[in-house]
Design a protein around this ligand. Structure first.
Ligand code: ATP
Length: 304
């Protein structure tokens, strides 16, 4: 990793980056490690729901983060701040940066909203200050502050192993209509992992079978294998998750699943009409305050 940076690089004073949310098409937990981390096998997929980060160069050194959500301060607890500080220190950035966040991704939702913002900071500061980091270098920095950040740096469809940081790129998942529903409850990832009985899980999703289905472009095979062991904790604590899954399946989803540690549920549909039907039913029954009719996001969407 280089420690200086290129002062003669493009002197744009403001740039914007989109930070895409993810869902887990499959999430398996292999075991709890002695250090408390969980060893996982996950199939990750970016969805077309994004935050927008605006970077403005500041003459005076320092990091300023602002957000448009009262409940999300821009202080040192914000992953954007942590990522910006890490880049500033590691790459010896001498100028200051202001980062303004427009939050669109549901929070505490299992969609890696904070991690993807941090990944966008690496891309944004790398470009603004001409730091010359490649994605692998950004991943190495990112894992220091969050296990999902390396995946968010790369995006697209990927197998994530280890604590989530060992990535294997997969071909794009087959196209489909995706309905994302976030019920009005916040779930702490820490609570879910602490209450997971990793050693006595009766069911493990077929991650290798899903990988093969994706490689063959087989939507049905992929949908059939969707599974998330964290549902054993979160669905029991919050039955609304099961209700939303049932509405989606009854409306014709190929399958529906909780993403990450929840509570967001996503359903995948072959036809938009069926997804709209589920959207309307979920809205009318007040099962989820945030609903998005969307699809997968392309791997390089952030850069467009
Ligand atoms: P994951 O899927 O990685 O578990 P999540 O979607 O469940 O993430 P996040 O939205 O990333 O959860 O945020 C969880 C908590 O992290 C929030 O409640 C908030 O306090 C804190 N946080 C810090 N920085 C951010 C950020 N930039 N965006 C969202 N949350 C942040």
């Amino acid at each position: 990793m280089q420690t200086g940076y290129n002062m003669s690089s493009d002197r744009k004073n403001t740039i914007t980056k989109k930070a895409y949310a993810k869902v887990n098409l499959g999430l398996d937990v292999i075991r709890r490690r002695e250090d408390g981390y969980h060893e996982v096998r996950m199939i990750m997929q970016t969805v077309d729901i994004c935050d927008v980060l605006t970077f403005t160069r500041q003459e005076r050194p320092g990091i300023v983060v602002t957000t448009d959500k009262e409940e999300l301060p821009g202080d040192e607890s914000n992953l954007i701040y942590k990522a910006a500080r890490l880049v500033t220190e590691t790459c010896s950035v001498r100028e200051g940066i202001k980062i303004e966040l427009q939050k669109r991704i549901p929070m505490a939702a299992g969609m890696a909203g904070g991690s993807t913002d941090a990944a966008a900071v690496f891309h944004g500061m790398n470009e603004m200050f001409g730091l010359g980091m490649d994605e692998d270098e950004m991943c190495a920095l990112g894992v220091k502050i969050g296990a999902d950040i390396p995946y968010c740096v790369k995006g697209g469809t990927a197998l994530a192993e280890g604590i989530g940081e060992i990535l294997t790129k997969l071909p794009d998942a087959p196209a489909c209509v995706v309905l994302v529903a976030k019920p009005d409850i916040d779930v702490s990832t820490k609570y879910v992992y602490e209450n997971l009985h990793a050693e006595s899980l009766e069911y493990h999703p077929d991650i290798d079978g899903m990988r093969a289905a994706i490689e063959e472009g087989d939507l049905r095979g992929m949908a059939e294998r969707m599974g998330n062991v964290l549902e054993t904790v979160t669905v029991n604590a919050y039955p609304v998750i099961r209700e939303i899954k049932e509405v989606m399946k009854k409306s014709g989803a190929w399958n529906a699943l909780m993403s990450g540690s929840g509570p967001t549920v996503f359903g995948i549909f072959g036809e938009e009409e069926k997804a709209r039907k589920a959207y309307n039913e979920i809205a009318q029954a007040n099962l989820a305050g945030q609903l998005f009719l969307t699809g997968w996001a392309e791997r390089n969407a952030r850069k467009s």
